[in-house]
Design a protein around this ligand. Structure first.
Ligand code: URA
Length: 241
């Protein structure tokens, strides 16, 4: 990606004064994977998710229909519609958020509100268009008032995401926000302690990187630089796979 375009994307992310250091500029402009010396070590993760076979065998069409008709938890009573996920079915990157918000509940698509616009800018900053990735949430339905997902709600819903992952076979998962990360990794560790490590998700051991939720970054723009570090880290991991 040329440097003007990259500057434009970083400006969209709110990192207007940020400039590439020489070594990074070299990497960013290189079509090749980074040299081994620049590649982060993969830290073996102890957190492994189960992969319940509940949705085994369902193809995309069947899975979408099952989600649309889901009544496994009480959120079915308050949702406008389910929010299945969106994106490229051949995507290398899977972005996983927490749950639909009000706008997503209305439109039936994840990350379409202000947080979604920032997510798009974050992806652009590492050279990815929204259409190139796949975006989903831990929960397919909006919790009323945007409260945190309940434990049993997440447990009932996760098999859908796990089937999406099995069908998609992403090279990398990016968990955005503490709630997504904690649910996917079945941990109560802080987001700060989960960042900048390569976790592994599920039976297929998909590499997973954790970063801040874009809604949090809208409230705390000073942490955008850390999110940018996380995105670069995820890109390095993806190059390695
Ligand atoms: N926040 C999320 O975690 N997911 C969405 O889809 C929208 C906002």
């Amino acid at each position: 990606m040329n440097s003007d375009l990259r500057r434009e994307y970083l400006a969209g992310l709110g990192l207007v004064s940020w400039t590439l250091r020489a070594a990074e500029a070299e990497v960013a402009n290189s079509p090749e994977p980074n040299p081994a010396s620049a590649v982060p070590a993969i830290v073996p993760a102890t957190e492994l998710a189960d992969t319940p076979a509940r949705e085994a065998g369902a193809d995309w069409t069947e899975l979408r229909a099952r989600v649309a008709a889901c009544v496994r938890c009480g959120l079915c009573a308050t949702r406008t519609q389910t929010v299945f996920g969106v994106g490229n079915l051949n995507a290398e990157w899977l972005i996983v958020g927490e749950a639909p918000g009000a706008e997503e509940d209305r439109q039936g698509e994840p990350f379409v509100g202000r947080a979604g616009q920032l997510l798009n800018a974050m992806l652009h900053a590492v050279g990815l268009a929204r259409e190139q990735v796949y975006i989903a949430n831990v929960l397919k339905c909006r919790p009323p008032g945007n409260r945190d997902p309940g434990v049993s709600e997440a447990a009932e819903c996760l098999p859908y995401l796990e089937r999406q992952i099995a069908l998609l076979k992403p090279k990398i998962m990016l968990a955005v926000g503490r709630i997504a990360a904690q649910n996917l990794l079945r941990t109560d560790k802080t987001l700060g302690s989960l960042r900048q490590r390569v976790h592994r998700f599920g039976a297929t051991q998909v590499p997973m990187v954790v970063t801040y939720h874009p809604a949090y970054l809208l409230r705390t723009p000073t942490d955008k630089r850390k999110a940018w570090e996380d995105l670069k880290f995820a890109r390095e991991v993806c190059f390695r796979v």
